[in-house]
Each structure stands twice: as C-alpha cells, then as structure tokens.
Design a protein around this ligand. Sequence first.
Ligand code: PLP
Length: 440
Amino acid sequence: MKNIFVRMRNLWRYPSWLYRMSAEKFPDVSSGKLRVLARLHAVKNELGERSVVNNLGALYTLPHPLAAKTYASFLNQNPNHLGHWADRLPQEGATIQLEYEVIRAMIDLYRANGKNLTGYITSGATEGNIFSVWLGKTYLSQFSPPEKIRLLMTSLTHYSVRKAADICGVTSDTIGLHTTTWAMDPDSFLETVRRLHKKGITGILLPLTLGYTSTGTSDDIAVISQAVTRLQKELPRLRIFVWIDAATQGLVTPFLSDFRPFRYPHIQTVVVDFHKYGLVPYSAGTLLYRRAMQTLIERPIEYLRETDATLSGSRPGVTAASIWSMIHIMGKQGYRRIITTQMSNKKYFIRELLRVLPETEVITGADGISCGILFRSLPAGRLPKHIEEKYWFHAGTSSIFFYPDGYKNLILYKCFFLPHMTKKIIAEFIRDLEKSSGQP
Ligand SMILES: Cc1ncc(COP(=O)(O)O)c(C=O)c1O
C-alpha cells in the first residue's frame, strides 16, 4: 500500500510554469516554499528517470538503502568532526566514537598493527591523494630542498594526483607502463629515478595505484617495493615516499586475497573510497597512514582542545555513521558476496564480448573489478551512440606512455562492475552489440 502512494507521488508532476526560476540570479526575496518544493520534485523525477541499473561505463552506483537511511536520520544533527579522532577512544562519544571505530576496522581489514597507524574519514580519494602529497612533501622537505623533489606517476594515474602536485607545488614526471600488464613498469621506474638523481633530485613522491580507473589494472606493490629498496641502497642520499591510491580496489582486493599493504615498510598511506564499493552515499573515504608521520602535519586549533591532522577542517559526522552502518551491516561476508558476484559478472562480460567481437582488446588485472576496452574492429574504435548512452559509456582519447615503446593514442572505454550490475543487463548489452554490428 505504502508503495502505491510512493509511486503515485512520484508520478505526480507540478506544472513547469510553477517552478520556472532564473538560473542566473540570486533571488532578492524568497521564491516561496511551494515553488522551491515543486522545482526539487522535478529534479528528483529527472534523477528517477536515469537508469542506474544499466550503468556499465561510469563509476557511479546507488548507496545501500540502510546507509542512505542512516545518513538521512543523522543529518539534522550532523556533528562536526573537526580534528583527529582515530587514536584513543574519544571522550565525546556519539558519531566521533563511530569514526574511531571505522578507522580501527579498516586497520584490522588490512591486517596491520594498530599501534603504528592512524587515519581519518575523508571526502574520498581526491582528498586522500592531496593529503598524501602534502604529507610526503613535508616529510621529504626535511632532507631535500623543495626544488629537488619530484612526483612520479604513470599516464593512468588518477588526475587527482596531478591536482595534488599542483596544489603542493611539486613538479611531476611520467613513468612508463608495462606493455602487457598496463601497470607501472619497474624498469622504467628504476631508469627514471636514476636519471633524475643524476640531475640532483633527492626526494621522490611515488603514488602506486591499486585499480587504475581506466583499466582496473594495478601496480605490483611487491615488485615496486623491491625496486625502492634497491634504489635506496644504491643512492643513499635519495628518499622515496610511497603511497597507495586504492580508491576502487581498497574495498575489493581484501575480499579476494590477502591484502596487507602496510607490511611493506615503504608504504606510508593508503587511500580508499567508500562511495564506490562501500555502498555509502557521496562523499566518503578513508585514509590510513603511519602514525609516526602525524606530527609533521599536526596543528593546534587555537580555539579548541583538540589538534587537527586532516586536510579538510570541518567534517560531517553523518559520513562516519553511514560508513560504520555499512561495515556492520555487510561485514566481510556481505562485501565478499558482492565482490564475488561482480567478478563473475566481469568474466561473463569478457567471454561474451570476445565471442561477439573477437578482435576486441580487453585490459584488466586478475583482481581488478573493472576493465578497459579497445574496440579494435568497430568503426573509429567507437561504440554506436545509442549504446554509449544506454549503458553510460564514455571513451576518451588517451595518450598513454608505455615503456620502452613510447606514447600511444588510444580510444579507451572503461567498464565497471559495480554492486548494481547484473548478468541480465550484461546479456542485454551483448544483444544490443550483436544487433548493431549486424551479427545474428
Ligand atoms: C584511482 C582513483 N583515484 C582517485 C579517485 C578520486 O576519487 P574521488 O572522486 O572519490 O575523490 C578515483 C575516482 O574515480 C579513482 O578511480
């Protein structure tokens, strides 16, 4: 019965003249409650018409209803989490206690030693990457003048790392990708660092990616870590600050294999999103880092008792409540179930795609929950427009640097197996593809 009322309410449309308002002006007086509600209702209807279930190509999913409910129910209080709360059971309790528990739970998930780690709830991986460059640069500046610090990344590194380098005033260089794995090439890394060191560079910021956005491939943490050890023996004046951008895979890999990033002594921070596979509303992420680094960036808050060691300042308590609710509703078992289903969907998708278009190149990692696709046999390497639109695909022309071959311009599609994806939609996509390429 309740559903019928909800549906009727959703079908209801206010006449558009009622909520026509200037898009360019700050109103002089109130626009009136009815007009405001009518406009918001129209916007909500517009969102309702988007078919998220079809979304294969964009990194967007709906939150779990319980996470959304938690968010909404705390929103009228939404305590401010300004400060740093991860290390001792906070006196303040309430949602701050939940933030403490979230950070402790993530340390446990990554099977790390809680005494040596700290962290906080971020607005997502962009913030995590900016924080990591800020922390890393501050650390390296103890040994190197700022102009002797370089940030090294691959062509697939998320653009937020470039943004972070700009904000923190660090120059960056590109490391080649391996031609078959589409992960950071260890030889290119070694060669680049040695070349830069000869030119006087003594500090390196190195973001590794677990799940590149465009391909789902991951840098090999063990192999690059070995290369870092080798370089530090060879070049004693050199310091390297390494972190992992695990925006997408940070809540995937731990449910598929033994993921213990902090067992590598070079790894200083790990950045994760909760609004992708965590099923939490935007914007939500966690950042873990070595506690010994905290004093480098910690600041007193003159008007409060606590100190701040975060990038953002005021932070929403609703996010802590919402993440905490998902961790406890899902547990490892619940998340593992989703990830296992989506890995099976990925396999099914690849198998069917290669059956229909055998010349297609699919790029992915073994644990990767997404893939990159090069439609070699389609005209101009592009999907028909109606398929792009229906399944939310977008292909950019990417200029990608491979080692030792150099740059290649590619039309690269991304495909994500987010929690909403089903075999039925994948089968429908394959049928649409078959029809459009004139096959039976
Ligand atoms: C690898 C990677 N890093 C960073 C980000 C930025 O994350 P956010 O948009 O949550 O700030 C993304 C977003 O898709 C990503 O895929």
